[in-house]
Ligand binder design. Structure first.
Ligand SMILES: *Cc1c(COP(=O)(O)O)cnc(C)c1O
Length: 391
């Protein structure tokens, strides 16, 4: 018999009743250290006072009016995003995959209005994840996500990761854009080297293509800059954001240059809930904290500390771990045992991690994690790894 909840998830037998900072309390009272942060969503940890205040203040006044009217909280958040990024304009969604939908539509409309409607193809990369909508799964293209869901949305060309020759050959006169995560998350915490991102920007400039970055997971301070592409010193034309921007409230956005967005005039796109007052009030509070240069430099300091300790952990467990990968507080441990066994061993040691592709154990702590909690995390990961190697 099918359960009352559609069984599309393999859930751990844990249910949390309270969160505080990097800690979650299970219904039975055990306290778990949360290095998953709701898959990079709880960027400021659980129950951050500024977010509680922003949400509860707004909840007293107004929840929803629809985009038939001006929404001051939405305008304030859009202004902040424009001020701190390459973007000239922003559209708000409720999730990452909705941001993907608009990014794809925007790129196609751009070429349509430029009189080159044949440029519908978007180049994407092996290991990519862009969400679970029809466009998202077609963009990623993996068998695991697409099997049984055909016919898939056409117009995506899937390239191997890091193959420059394949990229050159794929650029034809039906290609309009390149879509890539600066750091692959679900694919196994694979950062694109800065020079490759620069190279992609050059390729796009040379052929007039749009560069679409998916910063849903790696954005909002996760890598130690507000957005990951800043490390490479380049700007995209279109960028997808979600996860951390709402700090736990469902919120996403598409950021774009005026040129890339030029086709998106009144009536071409919409969302009933997107950019509602509640989400945008919280988003403003998140932006105020994450854009503070001292907050970003603390992320970099803590990322260095965590990484150094993880390198020692890998050295102490050569039969369990192969290497540390990733950047900032978006780190992964490439495993020699099954990553899901390590996640389960982590549950027993009261630490939460997230499995990712390529047999990687993903670590996405709240950006606010303390030095003391980093020390506890390493102790518990050590305990989890030891429990697997015990005879
Ligand atoms: C999570 C994620 C998405 C999808 O976001 P949803 O909010 O789950 O729809 C898209 N792209 C990347 C890189 C992600 O990590």
């Amino acid at each position: 018999m099918i359960p009352s909840i559609l069984p599309t998830y393999n859930r751990a037998p844990l249910s949390f009743v309270k969160g505080q900072g990097a800690w979650l309390t299970e219904a039975d009272g055990r306290r778990f250290l949360d290095l998953g942060a709701g898959i990079a969503v709880n960027a400021l940890g659980h129950a951050h006072p500024a977010l509680i205040k922003a949400l509860s203040d707004q909840a007293q006044d107004l929840w929803h009016v629809s985009n038939l009217y001006r929404i001051p909280q939405q305008e304030a958040l859009a202004d902040r995003l424009v001020e701190h990024t390459f973007a000239d304009t922003v559209f708000f969604t409720n999730s990452g995959t909705e941001a993907c939908e608009l990014a794809v539509k925007m790129a196609r409309k751009y070429w349509h209005d430029k009189g080159q409607p044949q440029r519908t193809d978007i180049l994407t990369f092996e290991g990519a994840f862009h969400g679970r909508s029809s466009a998202g799964i077609a963009a990623a293209g993996s068998e695991k996500m697409t099997a049984g869901f055909g016919p898939l949305l056409p117009g995506f060309v899937h390239l191997p990761w890091g193959d420059h020759e394949a990229l050159r050959h794929a650029i034809t006169d039906t290609v309009g854009a390149i879509l890539i995560e600066p750091v692959q998350g679900e694919g196994g915490i694979r950062p694109l080297p800065d020079q490759c991102l620069k190279g992609l920007r050059d390729v796009c400039d040379e052929h007039g293509l749009l560069l679409i970055l998916d910063e849903v997971q790696c954005g909002m301070g996760r890598t130690g800059k507000l957005f990951a592409h800043e490390w490479a010193g380049i700007d995209p034309d279109i960028m997808m954001v979600a996860k951390g921007i709402g700090g736990g409230f469902p919120l996403g956005a598409v950021l774009a240059t005026a040129t890339a967005a030029s086709g998106m005039v009144a009536g071409t796109h919409g969302s009933t809930y997107g950019g509602n007052p509640l989400g945008c009030a919280v988003g403003c509070a998140v932006m105020d904290i994450v854009t503070d240069p001292r907050f970003l430099s603390e992320i970099n300091r803590k990322a260095g500390l965590l990484r150094q300790k993880l390198e020692s952990l890998v050295a102490a467990h050569p039969d369990t771990f192969e290497e540390v990968r990733g950047t900032g507080l978006m780190l992964g441990l490439k495993c020699k045992r099954l990553n899901t066994d390590l996640v389960a061993a982590g549950y027993a040691a009261e630490i939460l991690t997230v499995p990712a592709g390529d047999n990687v154990l993903r670590l996405l702590p709240p950006l606010t994690i303390s030095d003391e909690d980093i020390r506890i995390a390493i102790d518990r990961l050590d305990r989890a790894a030891s429990s697997l190697s015990a005879p």
